[in-house]
Design a protein around this ligand. Structure first.
Ligand SMILES: *Cc1c(COP(=O)(O)O)cnc(C)c1O
Length: 256
C-alpha cells in the first residue's frame, strides 16, 4: 500500500477513536454515527486510498466535480460501491445530474429543488433519501431554510415542511446544518442543539418522516455534534489533511 494510504489510515484511526470517545461520553453507540468522508478537492488516488481503508460514504459539494471523479471511480469501486452524498448547495437546474449520480442529498433547501429531485428520481426509477438543510445561525451567506429565530422557525415548520410529504420518489430522512466558524468547538454546540430540538418538533408535527438523521459536525466540531445527537458527521481535513485551496502558497510561489 502507498504512503498516501498509510497517512490516511493513521488519520482515520484517530478520527474513529475520537468518534468512539464522543459517543461514549454521550452514552451513544458508535454504530449510530456514519462517517461521511468529504472528498471535495481530493485526487482520485486519495479517494481510492480512503476506499481501501474501508470508507464507504463519500461527500462532495459540487456536482460537476463529483461527476468527473465518478466516471473513473465507478469501475474501480464496482465490487462494493460506496454511497455518494451531496453536501453542497444544489441549484435547481442541476437537479437531474444530482438525482442521477448521488445516493443521498443533504442540502435540500427549497420546495422547487425537492420537486425537481423527485421528478428526476422518478424518471430514473430510484428513491432518493434527502435531508433538509437549515440555517440555524442567521449568517446571511449560509445556505438552508431560514430557522434561526421564532418567526423563521414557525414559517419553516408550518409552511415549508408539509408539501415535502407528497413526493413518491424522495425519502425525507432528517436535517443538516453547517455551524458557524467559531474559535472553540464548544461555541458550535448551541447550533447543533437547536437542530436536534427542531428535529424533535418535526417528529411531533410531521410524522410522515422518521426524521432519523442529523447531519452535523465537521473537522473542527464533530465531537460536540456527536454529543448533541449527530448521526452523520462530514469530515474532510481530519482524514486527508488541509485542502489544496486552503494551503498557503509555497515559498517561491509555485501555486497562485
Ligand atoms: C467541506 C465541507 C465539509 C468538511 O469540512 P472539513 O472541515 O474538511 O471537515 C463538511 N460539510 C460541508 C457542507 C462541506 O462543504
Amino acid at each position: 500500500m502507498s504512503e498516501m494510504y498509510h497517512t490516511i489510515r493513521a488519520n482515520l484511526n484517530e478520527v474513529e477513536r475520537r468518534i468512539a470517545w464522543a459517543c461514549a461520553r454521550a452514552g451513544r453507540n458508535w454504530r449510530e454515527v456514519t462517517l461521511v468522508a468529504v472528498t471535495k478537492e481530493r485526487t482520485l488516488g486519495e479517494i481510492i486510498a480512503a476506499y481501501q481503508c474501508g470508507l464507504r460514504h463519500f461527500g462532495e459539494n459540487r456536482i460537476e466535480e463529483a461527476e468527473g471523479k465518478l466516471v473513473h471511480l465507478r469501475p474501480a469501486f464496482q465490487q462494493d460501491p460506496p454511497l455518494w452524498h451531496m453536501i453542497g448547495r444544489v441549484q435547481s437546474r442541476k437537479a437531474r445530474p444530482v438525482a442521477e449520480a448521488m445516493d443521498f442529498v443533504h442540502s435540500v433547501d427549497s420546495l422547487r429543488l425537492a420537486t425537481r429531485l423527485d421528478r428526476f428520481a422518478g424518471e430514473l426509477g430510484k428513491r432518493l433519501p434527502i435531508l433538509l438543510e437549515l440555517n440555524v445561525s442567521g449568517e446571511p451567506t449560509k445556505a438552508g431554510y431560514p430557522a434561526w429565530d421564532e418567526a423563521t422557525l414557525e414559517a419553516f415548520l408550518h409552511q415549508e415542511v408539509a408539501p415535502l410529504a407528497q413526493f413518491a420518489h424522495l425519502e425525507v430522512r432528517g436535517l443538516m446544518t453547517v455551524a458557524p466558524i467559531v474559535p472553540e468547538p464548544e461555541g458550535a454546540r448551541p447550533f447543533f442543539r437547536r437542530l436536534r430540538e427542531i428535529r424533535d418538533l418535526l417528529r411531533q408535527e410531521h410524522p410522515f418522516s422518521p426524521w432519523d438523521h442529523l447531519s452535523m459536525g465537521m473537522t473542527d466540531d464533530f465531537e460536540v455534534a456527536i454529543e448533541e445527537g449527530a448521526t452523520m458527521v462530514r469530515i474532510g481535513r481530519a482524514i486527508f489533511g488541509p485542502r489544496p485551496s486552503e494551503q498557503k502558497p509555497l515559498e517561491g510561489g509555485s501555486k497562485q
